[in-house]
Design a protein around this ligand. Sequence first.
Ligand SMILES: [Mg+2]
Length: 232
Amino acid sequence: MTARQHLFFDLDHTLWDFETNSRIALKEVFETLNLQGKGVTSFDEFIAIYEKENERAWRLYRNGEMKKEVLRTIRFGNSLAKFDIQDESLNEEMASEYLERSPYKTALVPGTMELLDYLKTKGYPLHILTNGFEEVQGIKMKESGLSPFFDHVITSEFIGVRKPHPKAFLGSASHVGADVTKAFMIGDNLEADVLGAKNVGMSEVYFNPSSEKHDHDLKFEIQSLLELKTIL
Ligand SMILES: [Mg+2]
């Protein structure tokens, strides 16, 4: 069978190990800005709070209820507030230090390179479709060695809407010349990647490494990236 199906991958948490990379960067920021000396009890306590605040801010951003400029600092402001620290300029410093560092971190989700080699050999056209920021996603791709595998890196900023908006998928498919009904979307976010793709008739693959429970009837669900080899 000739492989002509276009494959769209989400980037953060799907191929680029967001959690690991983010923690490494935050640890550097934590030390550089001496947060312990400013009243944050420990890095572990900080990261636990920050990850929740970050996820909350991203959910609002995806739904169009928060602007990018707000997301950028509020996740730090809300986290520091839990330690009774209110310091706008510290929020700003954390945000810029973090955004300067994190895209240069290179941890990938286990199996990424082996999978991409396999898919490339099979001749699938590969693309990234990400809600992440234009200016950082390109750096991540290049630094972590992902760039050579992908024909297109499509950000929601480029398309004008974010996943799960139908236009994010339809616009991307038309941009790369893919038949949307033959295309696949592989991602870790049930709402944004998986249900969004299913909604427009793409084949959805839910990358669900921690086996989160849900009651959706999905075409494909995998716990590890290499399971894709049994599908594609
Ligand atoms: Mg993701």
